[in-house]
Design a binder for this molecule. Structure first.
Ligand SMILES: [Zn+2]
Length: 128
């Protein structure tokens, strides 16, 4: 049977916490562990390792002065890429299409394009 002292060192912190919690009144150093105990201790050790890995990888924030930030910027950042000259877009001629405002027999607005120099379309312009 396995006891606390048989465990590899990396499992001992989790084992001592687990055994003290599970069997609070006995001496955890000499207690024989069953398969379930070993499984729990193994899992706890693995979880603790993963947690500490995540903690190590977390980004940390520090406060620096504006001048420190500027020197870091110029040291580490490549110069900004040259700005490509903007291609000037041809201005579209401001075309406004006028529609005939005559009201048709059915009560709707005609909305056909007006004739040149007229307020109405071909159908509704006054005939001479
Ligand atoms: Zn019309």
């Amino acid at each position: 049977m396995t006891t606390y002292s048989d465990l590899p060192d990396e499992m001992k912190p989790a084992a001592s916490r687990y055994l003290k919690r599970m069997y609070s009144n006995c001496d955890f150093m000499t207690r024989e562990m069953n398969a379930h105990d070993l499984k729990m201790i193994h899992t706890m050790t693995k979880m603790n390792k993963i947690y500490s890995d995540i903690k190590d990888r977390k980004s940390k924030s520090i406060t620096i002065s504006k001048y420190e930030a500027q020197s870091i910027d110029t040291m580490t950042l490549p110069p900004p890429p040259p700005v490509a000259p903007k291609v000037q877009q041809k201005e579209k001629p401001n075309v406004k299409i006028h529609y005939c405002q005559a009201i048709k027999m059915d009560g709707n607005v005609c909305n056909s394009k007006v004739k040149a120099c007229s307020e109405f379309c071909g159908r509704h312009s006054k005939r001479k």
